[in-house]
Design a protein around this ligand. Structure first.
Ligand code: CUA
Length: 474
């Protein structure tokens, strides 16, 4: 008798059949449990929230499958609001939160930042795409002609990935006809192209910046400069630090014809000698943003100012606006300009007949002006910036002209009191609004005049004011 008896052909078959049965039973017992954990453990998606985007900003999930969004703020406080699924949570600065939900309807749902986080807050958007679970189908094909290129198809959406250049292209198939390059959307891997919003406004206090005017957007600009100079607080308390005094209101509109070209109209109600109810009409062109191609942002602007509601005393302006960020939260500006005919008709020169007995001295100032606007915007909070600007000039200098009398009361000469414009303030952004509380040594705000110190008040006196912006239509 040999022990091989156990392992004869029949016994071996029986053992195999028994083991197979056990295996099958184990599988059957395990499978319900397996599928249960499958529907319960959520799909995890990591998202970075930062000024001013969600990365990634398009998320595709399956209907009826739980989702866990792991959202990290890279900088300041943000929020996530996904209205369709009743979600609204804050993401504190530098922290990570989890948002869990089960999408119960298919479609495309917008989500957005729900905590005001700066100038680009309104543009901080994302999209949740919920697809039918069974629809989820991924297909990968390789391009035979170009090595390193793969085409990934997910739910009918085709993405071409070029691993050599690290770029992807979304191939959108038209209803009829072949793929058109105009319909494709391109981007860098891991960094989705989003609209950049400059962290500064259209003006520092008065000095213009090269901030882009978005195509189709209508922007309102409202400025106030109070006449009463800023005085020590105990004196000023009576008239609310100058807020009670008569103000110079100005109102402007500018419209983005394209993403680069804009037109503007501005009216300043100030009415003083040689300067009254000025309307300024202009056009600007945004050449380049600060970024990979250019170390600076550049715009140019040309305008005509006409007094008495654009009927007389025309001044012609040509201006260059340059901006550069020097630190994460600091931007510098340089805006040189030419103001032709700024003292046209010699209208700011004193006349002999202004005095009695009439003055025998002539006082003439140059006709044209050049100015060099310098500015800084320093962000101290996500939506709060400190502003400072300084604008020296050459040529004609608008300012107070005072007669010099001799002991007999005759005018023996004139002296011009004028200083370079200085402005400072604090800016607060709230979505599409921006508000700046300003202090400047001028009440004038048009392009050829903002660079001059006060006309009537002593040039070193600062007046309080504000700038208000509002973007409409876009
Ligand atoms: Cu991020 Cu608002």
């Amino acid at each position: 008798m040999s022990t091989t008896h156990w392992f004869d052909q029949r016994s071996r078959s029986l053992v195999f059949a028994f083991l197979s049965l056990l295996w099958l039973m184990a599988l059957c017992a395990a499978s319900p449990a397996q599928s249960q954990t499958d529907t319960q453990s959520p799909v995890e998606i990591k998202i970075t929230a930062k000024q001013f985007e969600f990365d990634p900003h398009t998320i595709t999930v399956q209907k009826d499958k739980p989702v866990r969004l792991i959202i990290t703020s890279a900088d300041v406080d943000h929020g996530i609001k996904l209205e369709a699924f009743g979600i609204n949570k804050k993401i504190p600065a530098k922290q990570t939160i989890n948002v869990e939900f089960t999408p119960d309807q298919v479609g495309r749902f917008e989500f957005k930042c729900s905590v005001v986080c700066g100038t680009g807050h309104d543009d901080m958007l994302g999209e949740l795409v919920v697809v039918e679970g069974s629809q989820q189908k991924v297909e990968v094909t390789f391009d035979d002609q170009t090595p390193g290129v793969a085409i990934v198809e997910v739910n009918g959406e085709r993405i071409r990935i070029d691993t050599s250049t690290k770029t992807w292209t979304r191939i959108e198939q038209a209803k009829t006809g072949p793929v058109s390059p105009a319909q494709s959307q391109t981007g860098e891997i891991r960094k989705v192209a989003t609209e950049k919003t400059e962290p500064y406004d259209y003006r520092v206090v008065n000095v213009p910046t090269p901030k882009r005017v978005l195509k189709g957007s209508l922007n309102l600009y409202f400025t106030h400069r109070f006449a009463e100079p800023v005085r020590p607080l105990n004196e000023s308390a009576r008239d609310l630090i100058g807020l009670d005094s008569s103000a110079v209101p100005s109102f402007g509109l500018f419209y983005g014809v394209t993403d680069k070209l804009y037109v503007s109209a501005y009216r300043s109600a100030i009415c003083q000698r040689g300067l009254c109810r000025t309307i300024e009409i202009g056009a600007g062109y945004h050449w380049v943003d600060e970024g990979a191609e250019s170390p600076i942002a550049v715009s140019t602007y040309a305008s005509i100012e006409g007094d008495d509601n654009f009927t007389q005393n025309y001044t012609y302006n040509l201006q260059l606006m340059v901006a550069r960020s020097v630190a994460k939260y600091v931007n510098l500006f340089f805006s040189p300009a030419l103001h032709l005919n700024a003292n046209g008709q010699r209208r700011f020169d004193p006349r002999a007949t202004d005095f009695f007995p009439p003055s025998t001295v002539n006082f003439s100032q140059p006709k044209h002006t050049g100015s060099f606007g310098l500015g800084v915007n320093a962000r101290i909070r996500p939506s709060v910036s400190l502003l400072f600007e300084y604008t020296p000039r050459v040529g004609f200098k608008l300012g107070r002209v005072l007669p010099i009398f001799d002991s007999a009361g005759r005018v023996t000469g004139f002296r011009s009191e004028s200083e370079a414009e200085i402005g400072f303030g604090i800016q607060k952004d709230v979505g599409r609004h921006s508000f700046s509380l300003t202090f400047s040594n001028t009440q004038t705000t048009t392009t050829s005049r903002y660079n001059s110190s006060n006309l009537v008040l002593p040039p070193s006196r600062f007046t309080i004011g504000f700038n208000l912006y509002r973007r409409f239509l876009r």
